[in-house]
Ligand binder design. Structure first.
Ligand SMILES: C[S@@+](CC[C@H](N)C(=O)[O-])C[C@H]1O[C@@H](n2cnc3c(N)ncnc32)[C@H](O)[C@@H]1O
Length: 249
């Protein structure tokens, strides 16, 4: 891997190509994204998100930034928690995902304290020290320069503010890892083909998960970006991990 190249799943691509390829994936799956999430994870993604909300500890009046917020599952919960005095910014680079998210939240009556922002996690168009809490769920592995994105998050957080990264990670048990590999590489693309008419995007999903930094590596990256008290919690045997860090006060 040279300085000009990066991963797109298992493929090596030029760095400037990756964002467009990721965009194609999410434009393609947006309409079926929620259904596929439920099917692929047998609904367990809801539990992972609930744990994230509990760790977030969002309070009335706070400003929460949900990066790579997609169809808005976390944003919906934060919207209720921060109330009319607070605000939630659902930021995503992809217009199709944002549109599905906005329609879903609006249909559920969640209006008033939610702001929609089409933005790249690497270059957040927000002022320094302006948000109390940041979440990025299943988004970081799609970002070309993760260190740049973490630095951008660090910049916009208020001192003492918290970052939560929910992401696929490395299963701790080798047997679980084997079963999970079989599931991801044979069943997942077939399910993607059947439901979303798109096997390639779900092949990318499986590959991108394997290429994402493991628990300890991501924890070190967060510390390098200036977060303190960095820590993580494995869920479902490490298939998913919730990383936490705090911007120094
Ligand atoms: C797997 S979805 C996660 C959506 C939602 N957070 C959830 O947990 O259901 C990943 C999202 O990351 C977004 N994304 C990819 N690269 C991004 C970037 N550089 N900046 C912001 N969002 C990005 C995609 O558009 C997509 O909506």
């Amino acid at each position: 891997m040279s300085e000009e190249t990066t991963h797109f799943g298992f493929k090596t691509v030029r760095r400037e190509e990756k964002a467009a390829k990721v965009a194609d994936v999410f434009h393609s799956v947006a309409a079926k994204y929620d259904l596929m999430n439920d099917l692929m994870s047998a609904g367990i993604h809801r539990l992972w998100k609930r744990v994230t909300i509990e760790f977030a500890g969002a309070r009335q009046g706070q400003t929460v930034l949900d990066i790579a917020g997609g169809t808005g599952d976390l944003t919906a919960k934060f919207s209720r928690l921060v109330g009319a005095d607070g605000a939630v910014i659902l930021a995503d680079i992809n217009a199709s995902m944002l549109q599905v998210g906005r329609d879903k939240l609006t249909d559920n009556g969640l209006v008033g304290n939610i702001h929609y922002l089409q933005a790249d996690a690497q270059y957040l168009p927000l002022p320094d020290h302006s948000v109390d809490l940041i979440t990025i769920a299943f988004g970081l592995r799609n970002v070309t320069d993760k260190a740049l994105a973490l630095a951008s998050m660090q910049r916009v957080l208020k001192p003492g503010g918290k970052l939560l990264v929910l992401e696929f990670s490395k299963p701790s048990n080798p047997l679980l890892a084997k079963v999970y590999d079989g599931y991801s590489f044979s069943l997942l693309p077939k399910l993607g083909q059947l439901i979303a008419g798109d096997a390639d995007s779900y092949q990318y999903l499986a590959e991108s998960i394997r290429m994402h930094p493991d628990q300890e590596t991501l924890k070190a990256m967060m510390a390098d970006a200036g977060f303190e008290r960095c820590d993580y919690q494995n869920m479902t045997g490490g298939i998913v991990a919730l990383h936490r860090g705090v911007k120094p006060a």
